[in-house]
Design a protein around this ligand. Structure first.
Ligand SMILES: [Zn+2]
Length: 321
C-alpha cells in the first residue's frame, strides 16, 4: 500500500530497526535507552508545525541513505511504529515516529547530547521518536512471523531497517494489554496550564499507541465495539482518541482520553463541546442537538477520564469568545 501525506492512524506502518549491527551499536544506548529533552530542536519542530513538541522528550536516530525506510517516496512519517531489535534477537519496546528529517545529521547530536558515531558514510536521515513504550519481551523473529502472512517475512542475516508486512493495529493488539491493568492513578501530573481562551494551535491526537489504549479502555464488553462518547457512531475508521488534557501537558494514558468521532473531536478541541466535570455531562452554548450529540453524559461509558483531567480541561479550554 502506498501512503502519501498524513496516514490514517489505523493503518500506520510498522518497521524494524536494528541496534545490533556494526555502526548502530555505539549509537544505540545514548539514542534509544533513555529519552531526552527535545528543547534543543524546539525551533526545528515548530518549523514543521509541531510547536509544543519541543517541550517534550524523545529519541533521535539516524538512517543511512540506503535504508529502506529512508528512501525517496518511502520515508518514515508521523505515527509509524518502530520495533527495535535488541541483543539476542529480543524485542520489547515500540518507538513512535514524531517527525522525519531527511538530510539533517546535526539533529541527533543536538538531542542526544553527543555526536553520532559513524565510521562509514554519514547517517543523514533522522527520525525523532516519542519516548518508547515497553511490552513483555519477545523473541523478535517469533513475533514478526506470528503477525505476518506465511512467507511474507523473510529473515536475513542482518536485521536492517525495513517495513514489516503488517500494520500498527495488528502489532498493538498483540503486544499491548487489551485493557488497562490498573485503574486511573490517584493523582496525575500536569505540566502547565493554557491561558484561558487560547485556541489550539495543533490539535493532534497522540498516535497509534494512545489510540489503542483509549479504545481498549472504552471498548464495550458486550459487543466488542467502541462508540463515539458523544454520539452513536461506532465505525473505528471515523473514530479518534481525543485528549482531555491537551497533548504535551500530561501523560498519553487512557485516563486522559475519550473516543470521539471526527466531528465531535473537532468541536471538543475547539471548546465548543465541553464536559462538565462534576456531572460528566456534555454542554455547549450551541445546544447539544445542534452538534448532533445524542448522549447526555459519560455515565454510559465503561470508563471515564480522570477527574483531574476533566477539571483541567474545564478550567483551561474555554469556548470561542
Ligand atoms: Zn460523535
Amino acid at each position: 500500500m502506498n501512503f502519501r501525506g498524513r496516514k490514517p492512524l489505523t493503518m500506520a506502518r510498522v518497521f524494524q530497526f536494528s541496534t545490533q549491527s556494526g555502526r548502530s551499536i555505539p549509537n544505540a544506548t545514548p539514542a534509544l535507552d533513555a529519552s531526552r529533552p527535545l528543547a534543543p530542536i524546539a525551533a526545528t519542530l515548530a518549523g514543521i508545525g509541531l510547536p509544543d513538541a519541543g517541550e517534550g522528550r524523545g529519541h533521535a536516530w539516524g538512517f543511512s541513505p540506503e535504508s529502506l525506510v529512508a528512501r525517496a517516496g518511502q520515508e518514515l512519517g508521523p505515527g509509524d511504529i518502530g520495533l527495535r531489535i535488541e541483543p539476542n534477537l529480543r524485542t520489547e519496546r515500540l518507538y513512535e515516529v514524531l517527525a522525519f528529517f531527511p538530510g539533517r545529521p546535526d539533529l541527533p547530536a543536538q538531542v542526544n547530547g553527543r555526536p553520532w558515531r559513524s565510521n562509514g558514510p554519514p547517517y543523514p536521515n533522522v527520525v525523532i521518536f516519542r519516548p518508547f513504550q515497553s511490552f513483555t519481551p519477545r523473541n523478535f523473529r517469533d513475533l514478526v512471523e506470528k503477525l505476518s502472512a506465511p512467507g511474507a517475512y523473510v529473515t536475513g542475516l542482518r536485521y536492517e531497517a525495513r517495513y514489516l508486512p503488517f500494520d500498527s493495529d495488528t502489532l498493538l493488539d498483540e503486544v499491548l494489554p487489551d485493557h488497562p491493568q490498573t485503574d486511573a492513578p490517584g493523582g496525575i501530573t500536569v505540566s502547565g496550564s493554557r491561558s484561558r481562551g487560547q485556541r489550539l494551535t495543533a490539535a493532534r491526537d497522540g498516535g497509534s499507541v494512545f489510540r489503542h489504549e483509549v479504545f481498549s479502555a472504552y471498548r464495550r464488553s458486550d459487543n466488542g465495539r467502541v462508540e463515539c462518547a458523544a454520539c452513536d457512531l461506532d465505525d473505528e475508521r471515523v473514530l479518534e482518541a481525543a485528549h482531555v488534557i491537551d497533548h504535551g501537558y500530561a501523560q498519553d494514558a487512557w485516563w486522559n482520553g475519550i473516543p470521539l468521532c471526527r466531528n465531535h473531536h473537532r468541536w471538543f478541541d475547539l471548546g465548543v463541546l465541553r464536559l462538565e466535570p462534576a456531572t460528566r455531562a456534555w454542554v455547549s452554548p450551541h445546544g447539544l442537538a445542534a452538534l448532533r450529540v445524542t448522549k447526555t453524559n459519560l455515565s454510559v461509558e465503561a470508563r471515564s477520564p480522570h477527574p483531574q483531567a476533566l477539571d483541567w480541561r474545564w478550567l483551561n479550554v474555554a469556548g470561542p469568545e
